[in-house]
Design a protein around this ligand. Sequence first.
Ligand code: 6LW
Length: 502
Amino acid sequence: MPPLRPANPVIPGFHPDPSVCRVGDDFYLACSSFEYFPGVPLFHSRDLVHWTQIGNVLDRPEQLRLPVDMPSSGGIYAPTLRHHDGRFWLIVTNCSEGGGNLIVTATDPAGPWSDPVRAPGVPGIDPDLAWDEDGTCWCTVAGVSQVRLDPSTGRTSGTPHRLWSGGSGAKAPEAPHLYRIGAYWYLLIAEGGTERGHGVSIARGRTPSGPFEPCPANPVLTHRGTDHPVQNTGHADLVQGPDGSWWMVLLGVRPGGGTPGWHVLGRETFLAPVTWVDGWPVVGEVDLDLPELPWPLSPGPVEERRDDFDLPALRPSWISLRDRPAEHCTTEERPGWLTLRARGRSLDEPDVVFTGRRQQHLACRARTLVDAAEGDGGLAVRLDERHHYAVEVSGTEVRAVVRVGSLRTVVAARTVAAGPVVLAVTITESATPHGPRTGPDVVTLGFERPDGTFTELAALDGRYLSTEVAGGFTGRVVGLYAADGTVRFDWFDYEPLDGSTS
Ligand code: 6LW
């Protein structure tokens, strides 16, 4: 085994808007999930570097209903996770449902989490929870404004008031988090928008509702205007490490290919050390290498590469588009197989039945054994309804299907023998990453003959499945879908090709 070295991103793949809290020696972190169900992936760590997904906060329809016609990048935005009074509290916005902000609680962060309490008086997205010495809970939202909230009932009191419009004159002050640290209340925000202009600013005051004095060094973190390999850094949360040192979790992206670069894994979770000078936090650049840590590293279990669908429930890393009713997605109908039953007729439709996992490595391979005797379906790399590549089986035809913007086409097709077939997608980084015309990666679609030989159907420029092309807040998800009838999958392999073990 190579020696463990702390490295960023600490949670790779589409895991944006991290919110972190510490309870004793344990750290917990939650992220946004948008149009996918279950929602709000929840991670555990002992060292701030290795994170293991222990569940999803919103994993029952009573907690999360996403309309089947909701747009991609709607849904669940920007949670705040806190521990207070012996319980975990999570507040989050469902942008695709009336009622907006909701609060859930748990004594064990692995679940179960409570049914949601709605907080309709909370005046915006990116809600934060902070309790003062009297036990009053202050809810601060993007904008940046604040209201008093009873998190047990969701009731607000008083009129929301504006706290701050940001520290560096940049647009979109958002993602507030409020902390009592020493003699001050600190108000940490993101600004500049979640793209290349993103940054983090901070202000401090003597009370949780201000007035706030901006840090003279704002933004305290931004990579805007640089060629740094990590971009879009922002949306941060603060936490103290095992030795009392300060750290920031934040979102960032890794653009690849020629200028200006395309990022394909969505916004990922990074870690950065924080020091304090004159009562203000100082954050350096957020690098791919992290400094040596003064506490032991404790990697969690490595997820098995193959999922044989032998368990009654899918692993927590599996996410489905918008919902997961058993009549459309189940491992119980044919034990040891994942059965998908079609609803929408293609990946272009919002109600398509699609279940997958985040692409977490710049280079990786996914394979599946599919039985499409009773339907059409296959293996896809999905960004949204308008941006996806797939290898699909229909009868004895295997085809590569490409959707980019308003264009949809079958780029290649071959006839195969009747019976189950292995479909494969291999994603490799571009060979000449800095050429002006080079995309970030190449997505190769194909299938395997019964003797194991691979037949390539298409090798596609990955830039068209990037956020710079498609827009939105998510990242690629590699998964399985049914476009017609019933399609069954015996196993699914996901294998990093970049030398990492998980
Ligand atoms: C989120 C906002 C943001 O609500 O993007 O990067 C939005 N920051 O704070 C969706 O993730």
